[in-house]
Design a binder for this molecule. Structure first.
Ligand SMILES: Nc1nc2c(ncn2[C@@H]2O[C@H](COP(=O)(O)OP(=O)(O)OP(=O)(O)O)[C@@H](O)[C@H]2O)c(=O)[nH]1
Ligand SMILES: [Mg+2]
Length: 299
């Protein structure tokens, strides 16, 4: 039997979180069309008769503007150091840029086996896929490469099978029915944040954090109170919307996902709070669960 750890890394928006959800076949990580969606490491556990693979989704490595971004980058690079295998996920539909060069260097430094995952091939013709693979292979000797569509592929059998062969010999590391070891409250807060990313534009989703204030199970239902935190009064107004329309929409969409996660009826009450410049404050970033718990030496 084999068991080990895979770090899923790459630029923002490459499709890392979509891939972890596809691999585990459950919504482990939130996904959005906006960059810098994932803010912390997210674990997905894959179990089969042959062994177990613990996948860790990471924040997209980017040029940081705030402390939050530096901590996200730091966390991604930390995860990469401590795994058995790295997946470098790249968006095949956008040309190679300097940002890619930077990520590639981070990965080279880890000195571990690396798979190139060329994603979004549903958007590409055969020639472009081959040309893209060539561009990447000229820059680094990848141990394996997989052109995939994280969003539309129904099975990742080949990828999983090959990945297992790179894992060390070992027993199951987690209970076999466990799909994630992320705390339930954090997963719920992420589902709410995903709806803000989906429904709000520009700076608002990037300035948003979500915390669960209270969660109580009563008979067959779960009662949740959560706060959406923004940085400015104007952003609070946008989240609430005209006559509370926006916050209602966010709550309705999030509730459906949370009900799926908990397998229960959910009553979700949302509040909006302003915490000025929280993205620049280590204590707040840690409190909200983003960017790892350490605060030293962020790049
Ligand atoms: N067409 C297409 N779109 C995809 C595919 N995979 C992901 N996407 C879309 O790409 C966008 C980004 O996906 P995410 O999974 O959130 O990307 P990420 O790499 O986790 O991004 P960060 O968390 O910001 O680093 C979303 O709109 C996805 O639906 C794919 O295979 N094909
Ligand atoms: Mg992500």
């Amino acid at each position: 039997m084999r068991s080990g750890f895979v770090g899923i890394a790459g630029r923002p928006n490459a499709g890392k979180s979509t891939l972890i959800n596809g691999l585990i076949n459950e919504k482990i990580a939130i996904v959005s069309e906006k960059p810098q969606t994932t803010r912390s490491e997210i674990r997905g556990i894959y179990t089969c008769d042959e062994g177990q693979i613990i996948f860790t989704d990471t924040p997209g490595i980017h040029k940081a503007k705030y402390r939050l971004g530096s901590r996200m980058n730091k966390q991604a690079t930390d995860v990469i150091q401590g795994v058995d295998l790295i997946y470098l996920v790249v968006d095949g539909s956008v040309p190679f840029k300097t940002g890619d060069e930077y990520v590639l260097n981070v990965i080279k430094n880890a000195k571990l086996p690396v798979f190139l995952i060329l994603n979004k091939v549903d958007k590409l013709d055969r020639e472009t896929i081959l040309a893209n693979l060539k561009t990447w292979q000229e820059r680094f000797t990848f141990d394996e490469f997989f052109p995939i569509s994280a969003k539309y592929d129904k099975s990742f059998e080949d990828l999983i099978h090959t990945t297992l062969s790179y894992m060390p010999e070992g027993e199951y590391l987690y209970p076999t029915d466990m799909v994630s070891d992320d705390p339930e409250n954090f997963r719920i807060s992420e589902m709410i944040r995903e709806k803000v990313l989906l429904l709000c534009e520009q700076e608002v989703p990037h300035a948003t954090a979500v915390v669960i204030d209270n969660k109580e199970f009563k008979r067959d239902a779960c009662y949740i109170q959560a706060s959406i935190i923004v940085e400015k009064q104007g952003q609070k107004g946008i989240i609430i919307g005209k006559q509370g329309q926006m916050i209602k929409k966010i709550g309705k969409a999030a509730r459906k996902d949370i009900e799926k996660l908990l397998g229960k009826n959910v009553y979700l009450e949302l509040f909006v709070k302003v915490v000025e410049e929280w993205r620049s404050k280590d204590a707040r970033i840690t409190e909200y669960g983003y960017g790892g718990a350490n605060s030293d030496n962020y790049i």
